[in-house]
Design a protein around this ligand. Sequence first.
Ligand SMILES: Cc1cc2nc3c(=O)[nH]c(=O)nc-3n(C[C@H](O)[C@H](O)[C@H](O)COP(=O)(O)OP(=O)(O)OC[C@H]3O[C@@H](n4cnc5c(N)ncnc54)[C@H](O)[C@@H]3O)c2cc1C
Length: 448
Amino acid sequence: MTAQMLWDGKQLTVLDESDIIVCGGGPAGIAAAVSARQAGANVSLIEQTGMLGGMGTAGLVPAFICMTDGENILAAGVAKRVVDELAKRMNIAANYNWMNIQPEILKKLYDEMIADAGVKLWLNLPVVDVICNDGKIEAIVVSTKNGLKAIRGKVFVDATGDGNICAWAGADFEVGDERGRTMAPSLCVMYAGIDWEKYREAFKATGKGFRELWFEYVESGEAPLVEWHLPGFFPTGKNIGTGNVGHIYGINCLDERDITKGYVEGRRIAQIYFEFAKSKVPGFENAELVSTASLLSVRETRRIIGECILNYADYQSKASFEDEIGRFAYPIDIHASDTDAEDQKRVERELVETRLGKGESYGIPYRSLIPKRLKNVLVAGRCISTDRRMQSSIRVMPGCFITGQAVGVASALTIKQKAEDVRNIDIAALRDILRLQGVYLPDVKAGN
Ligand SMILES: Cc1cc2nc3c(=O)[nH]c(=O)nc-3n(C[C@H](O)[C@H](O)[C@H](O)COP(=O)(O)OP(=O)(O)OC[C@H]3O[C@@H](n4cnc5c(N)ncnc54)[C@H](O)[C@@H]3O)c2cc1C
């Protein structure tokens, strides 16, 4: 007989059962699933869209950035494997500081990586709730074409980016700044038909590229949209390019109505930048806008409150922790929440001013991945337990791979050591296995 579980007064069929259930298939979820499997556990990975990769594929985010501290590869485990293989398939050299992404190649790479690891994959399967008792999740509830079903597990990883699973299970969280305002999201874009050779020659001759020309356009007063922060547009293939251009100000990415507004407004903004590019950027004259992201490119929603809140003082002191699971070094990068010109200009300044020196980085404690009060749940990716400034650093994809890999191994250890609570695992063993998996983990410095 098919197993059933009770949820909200309804009997749900149990669709799947594994030791570890990873919710969300972005960088954090992929790293968690692969490393947990490598550590010997059986794993199911549940993703709401039709592809793996999260922001790096469905979100059309153009590049993996800042995997190093200038001397060491900090994102050295699963992240490095991904970048090395992506470079091979894109036929370019791996660049650990800035690796452009061709999303179709990355999607297939992830499919193969997950299949090779032996992870049970479920696509197009949104998680909509949890069945949780006394801080322990027994199952997640998923929405299928045949109604709601349950997936049972022993340890659950929240890699949804938004901290949905933790929040539904009762974890505390913070959102945005003291007024609840969050960094504006974007809707990234992809163009085809770009003459990159012509673009590079013009840039060499004039020192003006996509960004400089956009700012000139805004300054001229002709631009239909005033925006003083433009992360950039990058080559992701012979004639194609992917852009992180434009922000959608004033929306809350946890609000259904605002999310809908975000997609519609994002596509309106995308058209404005595209028309600018065609008319003002050399090499873009014959470009075509082939796609806007299918997933709203969200920078910030919940920060789950964990056993330790990694904070900006830790960034400044380049802290080390006894339970350190990795180190990272991306600077503070808080995008503006609204159209205030000064605040938009601040973003790029702060990115430069807070950059750490060569060989400098901060540690990430295991406790920042353990949501308070929950016993069998770990969180990874952009919603781990940090203050707001730290979230803006750890949120980039290499940082999310690092925390994802740590929770994968920690989940597998929880099963292996029959720990009733993810807090009770042997931290030395966790660090040993992470090292064996290639993670960058120098000895913890005394006195921190
Ligand atoms: C516009 C923009 C530009 C950026 N630029 C860069 C950059 O250049 N380089 C860089 O390294 N980083 C960049 N980042 C940051 C980075 O892309 C994200 O912060 C990072 O991808 C977060 O990883 P994650 O795994 O935590 O979440 P995500 O990548 O968001 O993945 C979460 C996954 O969970 C799935 N999911 C969510 N809810 C559910 C649910 N209920 N059920 C099932 N599945 C669910 C989502 O569909 C998604 O696939 C950028 C971010 C944005 C928004």
